[in-house]
Design a protein around this ligand. Structure first.
Ligand code: AMP
Length: 217
């Protein structure tokens, strides 16, 4: 099964993608994570990407696509498919992905759009954090850690992302509205788009998502 999750930053894609990946035993591939690793490791791609990420802008398509292409060619991806999170972000990326999949003799099964109102998004993004050691995401409203500021799994002090500051958040939301909205119609035309209401408790959203994945497109 090959899925893409679409929606504004803070829509809950990452959290739900992790659950889907565990449920169906397939890798969760997030281009934001791939880019953050590249920045942390100081690779050429990381050095090129950082300025865009800090400003809340999209990293150039070709840079992200190369990173993704290399990831999709790894062995763990071939067997069970994957959950793609954060890619595509615009129509050109959607077309690039389709072309690559066609070359591999594959296609996407579902594109799932998370519908969440802007005011909920700003609240969620301002309150989110994650564990720098194991990557587990937390949120002040929906998934608080048992001990404030510490990871439930390994006790590491939780960190906020550099781009989760109000002015960068607003910029990222504008970028989403301008560019990413257009790909919904792309997948609508292909007949693989399903919408999921992304508000409410984590388990409720997860159940809607499973219904969307397993139901007829
Ligand atoms: P995310 O973790 O998905 O919110 O992504 C964080 C940042 O990484 C974004 O604000 C962009 O700067 C960059 N990024 C992630 N995925 C993409 C993509 N598919 N295309 C361009 N930039 C991306």
């Amino acid at each position: 099964m090959r899925l893409v999750l679409l929606g504004p930053p803070g829509a809950g894609k990452g959290t739900q993608a992790l659950r889907l990946a565990a449920r169906y035993r397939m890798p969760h591939i997030a281009t934001g994570d791939l880019l953050r690793f590249a920045v942390t490791w100081g690779t050429d791609v990381g050095l090129r990407a950082k300025q865009y990420m800090d400003a809340g802008e999209l990293v150039p398509d070709q840079v992200v696509f190369e990173l993704l292409r290399r990831r999709l060619e790894q062995d763990d991806v071939a067997g069970n498919g994957y959950v793609l999170d954060g890619f595509p972000r615009n129509r050109a990326q959607a077309e690039q992905l389709d072309k690559l999949l066609a070359e591999m003799g594959q296609s996407l099964d579902r594109a799932i759009a998370f519908d969440v109102p802007p005011e909920v998004i700003v609240r969620r993004l301002s309150g989110r954090s994650s564990c720098p050691t194991c990557g587990r995401p937390y949120n002040d409203t929906t998934s608080r850690p048992r001990v404030p500021g510490a990871c439930d799994v390994d006790g590491t002090a939780l960190a906020h992302r550099d781009d989760d500051h109000p002015d960068v958040i607003r910029r990222r939301l504008r970028v989403f509205e301008q560019q990413t909205g257009a790909i919904l119609s792309y997948y609508q035309e292909q007949g693989i788009l399903v919408h999921v209401v992304g508000t409410g408790r984590l388990e409720e959203v997860a159940a809607r998502l499973v219904a969307a994945v397993e139901g007829a497109a």
